[in-house]
Structure formats: structure tokens, C-alpha cells
Design a protein around this ligand. Structure first.
Ligand code: ROI
Length: 166
């Protein structure tokens, strides 16, 4: 089994319910178990125009799926939750990104792991550090170093954890 970290975000619809439902859907994937869920953060949207704040969190999975299959399943869960790929960086009901897949470095057209923009995204680094404070990235950098270099501007810890819902 491989430990994978998934970033979840939503700024359209009932974000709390969508995120809870997505957590449950990931736990139901074949050969996959939801092991841990970070605290919830509210974050200012990165993207064009005026958008609602996001809710963001990170989940830890144990999975026997290979990275390509995991990606395909996460895209199916996004689609099941009303995600439509329209405007670049526009608002979204549900966004699921593979941040880390074990120690793997993956660079294909479909998938880049570690996620190429995670070092600059506080809404990823803060919840990931909550789950895995001692994590070392595949490049050898301790996660804490990225997190210390990343401002928390626009980020608020809400102090709760969303439970997997239906
Ligand atoms: N902005 C925030 N704050 N949180 C996200 O999860 C998020 N996801 C995205 C883009 C559009 C880059 N902006 C985001 O995909």
C-alpha cells in the first residue's frame, strides 16, 4: 500500500457537504482507505475575478491503486460532485489534487507529482503540515521548510475537521 496525500477544495455550492461527501467517496474506492483528515481552512481564492473564499483540507489515503488509476477515480469523484471544467482557475464545486504519492516523482502529461504548485500554496502546505509535520518531500526537502517560507495571508484555520459524509 502507498500513502497518498490529496488536497481538497471547494468554493461553489454547499462546500462543507461536498467535501464530506468526497471524503466518503475516497474511502469507498477499491483497495483504498481514508486514514486521516486535516483540520479545515478558509482561504482567499487564487484565480481571476471576485470569487467566494474556498474551504480547503488535506486527506491521507492508503491505496493499492497506481497513480494513474487513482487520478482517474478522483476525476470521477469530481464529476460526480458537479465539477465542470470551464474557466481556467474559475470557481469550483470540488477540486481534488494528488499532492504526494508515496515517494514517487511523476511527470506525465496527465499527472505531475509532487503537485507542481504546492510549495507556493498556503491552503495546501498548512493542512498538509498538520497531518504530516515530519514529512520529507521526494526532492529531500523537509515539508516544514516550505511551510515556514509560505505566508499565511488570506488563510484562516477554522478549528474543525469535516467528517466523511454520505
Ligand atoms: N484557491 C484557493 N484558495 N483554494 C483552492 O483550493 C484553489 N484551487 C484552485 C485555484 C483555482 C488555483 N484556486 C484556489 O484550483
Amino acid at each position: 500500500m502507498i500513502t497518498a496525500y490529496i488536497a481538497l477544495g471547494s468554493n461553489l455550492g454547499d462546500s462543507r457537504a461536498l467535501l464530506g461527501s468526497a471524503l466518503a467517496a475516497m474511502d469507498r474506492l477499491a483497495d483504498t482507505r481514508l486514514v486521516d483528515v486535516s483540520p479545515t481552512y478558509r482561504s482567499t481564492a487564487v484565480g481571476p475575478g471576485k470569487q467566494r473564499d474556498y474551504l480547503n483540507l488535506v486527506a491521507r489515503l492508503e491505496t493499492g491503486l497506481d497513480a494513474g488509476k487513482l487520478l482517474a477515480q478522483l476525476q470521477r469523484i469530481e464529476a460526480d460532485h458537479g465539477r465542470q471544467r470551464r474557466e481556467h482557475w474559475g470557481p469550483r464545486t470540488l477540486d481534488l489534487d494528488i499532492l504526494l504519492y508515496g515517494d514517487a516523482t511523476i511527470s506525465t502529461e496527465a499527472l505531475q507529482v509532487p503537485h507542481p504548485r504546492m510549495a507556493e500554496r498556503n491552503f495546501v502546505l498548512y493542512p498538509l503540515t498538520d497531518l504530516a509535520a515530519d514529512l520529507v518531500l521526494p526532492c529531500g526537502t523537509p515539508l516544514q521548510r516550505w511551510r515556514s517560507a509560505c505566508s499565511d495571508a488570506g488563510l484562516e484555520a477554522l478549528g474543525d475537521t469535516i467528517e466523511p459524509g454520505r
